[in-house]
Design a protein around this ligand. Structure first.
Ligand SMILES: [Zn+2]
Length: 364
C-alpha cells in the first residue's frame, strides 16, 4: 500500500479541516507515493519511537501529537524536534499525526475515554459550527428511488440516532436544451416540462464530496439542478469533549478509585467535590481546562481533563469537581483508537503499537 492510500482513509475519518488553527496535523515527513512496509502507533514522536519503527521494519510513525508545532529555522539537530525529523528523513520514515481533528470526530479521543469509564449517552461538550450543510436537488420522479438510495448510502440524511432523513416536495421542472446539449429527456430547442421532486437532505462536511459524487452518478441529467446551503447550527456530533452518565451513581471515593483503575493512575489532582453522588461525567482528553464552563452548564458532577494549572482549580467554585488526570494519561487510549481504525481498514497491513514510554511527565 502507498502512503497516500492510508492518508486518504485517515483523512476521510478525521478531516484535516477539523483541526484547530494552531494545530499542524497531517503529514510532516514523507512522500505520499512511498510504499509502506508497516506502521508504529504512538502518542508522541520521540527518537525511541522512530528507533522502534526502524528496528521493526516499519517506515511510518502514526501519532496523536504532531512533531512540528513551531516554524523551523534549520534542521541542524539542536533540539528534540530537529533530531527526530533528521532521524526520520535519514531512515526514510514518514511521520503522520491526527491531533485536534481526531479530538473532534464522533468516536474520537474523548469518546474513547468515556468508553473506558463506561460513561454512556454521550453529548458533545463544545459542538462545532460550520460542519453541516443542506443539499437540495431536483430529481425526475422516475429516478427518485435511485438518487435517494445513492445519497443515503454516501452519508446524507444522518441526524443523531436517525438515518435516511429527507424532506421531499412535489413540483414541476422545466428546461429547454440548447445547441450542444445531450438531454436525457426532451429535445434541443423545445421547452420541456416534467414532474420532478425536490429532495432536501442534511450532510456533514466530511461526507460532502462523497454525497456530491453519488448524486452525480445516480442522477440521469447531464446538468443537475441543485444547491448547497451552509447551515448555521452546530453539528451535534462534532466538537471537543463529551458529557454522559454512569449507569449507577457512585460516591466520590468510589469514583476516584474507578478513574484510577480505568487510567492506571496512582494519584489524581482535583478540586473539591460539589455533590455526594457522582453520575454525570464530562471529560476532554489533553488540555481541556477551557471547557470547564460547558461542563458546569451540562450539569456534570465531575469534569476530567489534563494540564490544569493551580489557579484554574479555583474556577469550579463549588459547582463541579474538576480532575486533572494528566495529559498523556487522558489520551493514552488514543493509540488503540488509531490502531483499531488502521486494522479495520487494512487488515493485512502490519501495524504495531509502540511500547516506548513517551510521557515526559514522570510521577515518582
Ligand atoms: Zn494531547
Amino acid at each position: 500500500m502507498r502512503l497516500k492510500q492510508l492518508i486518504k482513509t485517515l483523512e476521510q475519518w478525521a478531516l484535516l479541516s477539523l483541526q484547530a488553527d494552531y494545530d499542524n496535523s497531517g503529514l510532516a515527513v514523507g512522500d505520499p507515493e512511498m510504499e509502506l512496509s508497516g506502521a508504529v502507533v504512538a502518542l508522541d514522536v520521540t527518537e525511541s519511537v522512530i528507533d522502534q519503527a526502524i528496528e521493526s521494519g516499519a517506515n511510518l510513525v502514526l501519532t496523536h501529537h504532531p512533531i512540528v508545532f513551531k516554524p523551523l529555522r534549520n534542521l541542524s539537530g539542536s533540539d528534540l524536534v530537529q533530531r527526530c525529523l533528521r532521524k526520520a528523513i535519514k531512515h526514510d520514515i514518514a511521520l503522520y499525526s491526527l491531533h485536534t481533528n481526531l479530538d473532534s470526530i464522533p468516536g474520537g479521543v474523548s469518546h474513547e475515554m468515556a468508553a473506558r469509564m463506561q460513561v454512556t449517552d454521550l453529548q458533545i461538550l463544545q459542538k462545532r459550527s460550520g460542519e453541516l450543510f443542506q443539499l437540495s436537488v431536483m430529481v425526475p420522479n422516475a429516478s427518485m428511488s435511485k438518487v435517494m438510495e445513492a445519497l443515503f448510502a454516501a452519508g446524507a440524511g444522518r441526524i443523531g440516532h436517525y438515518q435516511d432523513c429527507a424532506f421531499v416536495t412535489d413540483g414541476e421542472g422545466c428546461f429547454m436544451p440548447t445547441q450542444g446539449a445531450n438531454p436525457h429527456v426532451g429535445e434541443v430547442g423545445k421547452r420541456h416540462v416534467d414532474k420532478e421532486q425536490k429532495v432536501e437532505v442534511m450532510v456533514s462536511a466530511g461526507d460532502r464530496s462523497r454525497v456530491m459524487a453519488a448524486m452525480k452518478d445516480a442522477h440521469p441529467f447531464e446538468t443537475i439542478s441543485h444547491q448547497w446551503l451552509a447551515l448555521d447550527q452546530p453539528h451535534p456530533e462534532v466538537g471537543y469533549g463529551v458529557v454522559g452518565t454512569l449507569s449507577e451513581s457512585m460516591t466520590p471515593e468510589a469514583f476516584i478509585n474507578h478513574v484510577k483503575q480505568c487510567f492506571g493512575l496512582k494519584v489524581i489532582r482535583h478540586s473539591a467535590f460539589a455533590t455526594d453522588r457522582i453520575q454525570t461525567v464530562a471529560m476532554c482528553g489533553g488540555s481541556g481546562s477551557d471547557l470547564l464552563p460547558l461542563a458546569i452548564q451540562a450539569n456534570a458532577d465531575v469534569y476530567i481533563t489534563g494540564d490544569v494549572s493551580y489557579h484554574r482549580f479555583f474556577e469550579p467554585d463549588g459547582n463541579i469537581c474538576m480532575m486533572d488526570i494528566g495529559h498523556w494519561e487522558s489520551e493514552q487510549y488514543t493509540k488503540d483508537l488509531i490502531m483499531r481504525k488502521v486494522q479495520a481498514e487494512f487488515p493485512n497491513f502490519a501495524v504495531l503499537q509502540s511500547d516506548q514510554p513517551t510521557n515526559p511527565v514522570l510521577i515518582s
